[in-house]
Design a protein around this ligand. Structure first.
Ligand code: HEM
Length: 476
């Protein structure tokens, strides 16, 4: 009899465990489905690769917004996807993007492909967070805004532009992107470490090209791989910067910083070690490297297609040049930045061209924005391009219309070419100044022709499909 009771007891015990487990699992399912219900609509695509192939192929086509438009139409302005190996919430909504940009590192941290983070290292300003990022960002931002640096950049840019243009031949195609890459790299390196053109600069350029060729490589690091070669190139560049740092530490440097290295060395915080400074000098060349050349190339593309704007730009610049010639003065940085039409041309190029299409972050905790839920660990892509090309924000958004910016306040959340919040691009004034100087010298000294089939569309400009122009010197 005892045995029977034992069997009954054990069976009912096991049954209750099974029932408990079923109920618990169901409860979990209910909770999980509740959570999934709140996720934005969308699809995660194929296993492992998700929607990456479609995303990338659209990004490099003549119609990059096809990926976004299709999903926006189906799911709304915020949708879920799976790109670059991460479950991702994509936002084409200005309010959601504003929240993402304004959030601190407790909520979102930058997220880059693995090969890129390996190359940048742990202490790069592009990946660090919290007080250290704010400190470095503040120091660099203030220096880039200083009159002293703007004057130096103006002098350097004028010199290198003139040297480059002196070699232009009327019967040979000019590749603006290549010309400007060379010029802006030298200007940036002078601002960062005061290296002058010469043998060391040429060596640095060579190593830098090797370094960035691995930015989008497979994250495999052993001798022979692209990533390995890139890391070796970075090591050589870091050595060069370390030598400069050592010399500065040993010399009695003045308190007035002459470049970014000085700015960081002068900082009393012990957080800014020599290794961190050297690494960051190289990493800062990444965002500065092709953004300004692409901006200038795009401005020339849009101007080639809009003769009225080109004429007005030319008149404004020639007028200022004549005035300065009469006064016997050369143009200073504030002259370039106060040319109103030139600035609207640059602003409109930034809106239409979308040099940086968006920024990626990773959620540090579950976040709810405007009713959309972003689970911890998911990535978010705050996509600027769709907002800049939305007809609700800009009338005829695909028309190059610099005049739309005249007397118009920039709505900072419908217009974020330089990002926003704590990571707002510290190089934004520098970018505008360099573009203004190049355009000034181009339109006051040359006429140009771009054959119709050679005018490339963005983003093909990024894929090294260079847009040749033929120039003719003019009397201004
Ligand atoms: C047309 C030119 C440029 C555009 C459109 C641009 C755009 C941007 C954007 C959107 C960000 C924000 C990234 C994020 O939130 O994760 C950024 C960050 C940054 N940019 Fe630029 N940029 C340009 C030129 C430059 C130049 C010339 C420099 C010079 C060094 C520069 C240095 C930086 C740095 C250091 C950051 C990181 C700031 C931080 O995370 O604290 N940029 N840029």
């Amino acid at each position: 009899m005892d045995n029977v009771w034992n069997i009954v007891f054990v069976t009912s015990f096991l049954l209750s465990i099974v029932i408990f487990l079923i109920l618990f699992k169901n409860k979990k399912l209910v909770l999980k489905s509740k959570c999934i219900k709140q996720l934005p609509l969308g699809t995660l695509g194929l296993p492992f690769i998700g929607e990456t192939i479609e995303f990338v192929s659209c990004a490099y086509s003549d119609c990059p917004e096809r990926f976004m438009d299709k999903r926006q139409h189906k799911y709304g302005k915020v949708f879920k996807s799976h790109i670059f190996g991460n479950r991702t919430i994509v936002s084409t909504d200005a309010d959601v993007n504003k929240f993402i940009l304004q959030s601190d590192a407790n909520v979102f941290v930058p997220s880059y492909p693995k090969s890129l983070t390996e190359l940048m290292g742990k202490s790069s300003i592009l990946v660090i967070n919290g007080s250290l990022q704010r400190r470095i960002h503040g120091l660099i931002g203030a220096f880039f805004k200083s009159q002293q640096l703007k004057s130096q950049i103006t002098r350097d840019m004028q010199k290198y532009v003139q040297e480059s243009m002196a070699n232009w031949r009327e019967d040979q195609p000019i590749y603006i992107q290549d010309e400007t890459k060379n010029i802006t790299f030298q200007v940036l390196v002078r601002a960062l470490i005061s290296l002058n053109p010469g043998e060391e600069m040429e060596l640095l350029k060579k190593h830098f090209q090797e370094f960035i060729s691995g930015l989008m490589s497979l994250p495999i690091n052993f001798p022979g791989t692209k990533l390995y070669q890139s890391l070796q190139a970075k090591k050589k560049m870091v050595k060069l910067v370390q030598r400069i740092i050592e010399t500065r530490r040993n010399s009695d440097t003045s308190k007035v910083p002459k470049d970014v290295v000085d700015v960081l060395l002068n900082d009393s915080s012990e957080q800014l070690t020599d290794d961190l400074i050297a690494d960051n000098m190289i990493d800062m060349m990444i965002p500065g490297e092709d953004s300004v050349p692409v901006l200038i190339t795009l401005a020339i593309k849009y101007l080639s297609e809009c003769p009225v704007a080109l004429q007005q730009l030319k008149e404004e610049n020639v007028k200022l040049q004549k005035l300065k010639d009469k006064l016997g003065e050369s143009l200073c940085w504030s002259d370039y930045l106060s040319l109103p039409f030139t600035q609207t041309v640059i602003t409109e190029t930034l809106r239409m061209g979308n040099v940086i299409t968006g920024v990626m972050r990773k959620a540090k905790k579950d976040v709810e924005i405007k009713g959309y839920s972003i689970p911890k660990g998911w990535c978010v892509l705050a996509y600027f391009r769709s907002i800049h090309l939305d007809d609700k924000n800009y009338e005829c958004p695909y028309k190059f219309n610099p005049w739309r910016w005249q007397d118009k306040e920039m709505n900072i959340y419908n217009f974020t070419p330089f990002g926003g919040g704590q990571r707002l691009c510290p190089g934004l004034d520098l970018a505008r100044l360099e573009a203004s100087i190049f355009l000034h010298h181009l339109v006051t000294q040359f006429m140009w022709y771009a054959e119709e089939d050679s005018i490339v569309n963005f983003p093909t400009v990024r894929m090294k499909k260079r847009m040749p122009i033929l120039v003719r010197r003019v009397e201004s």
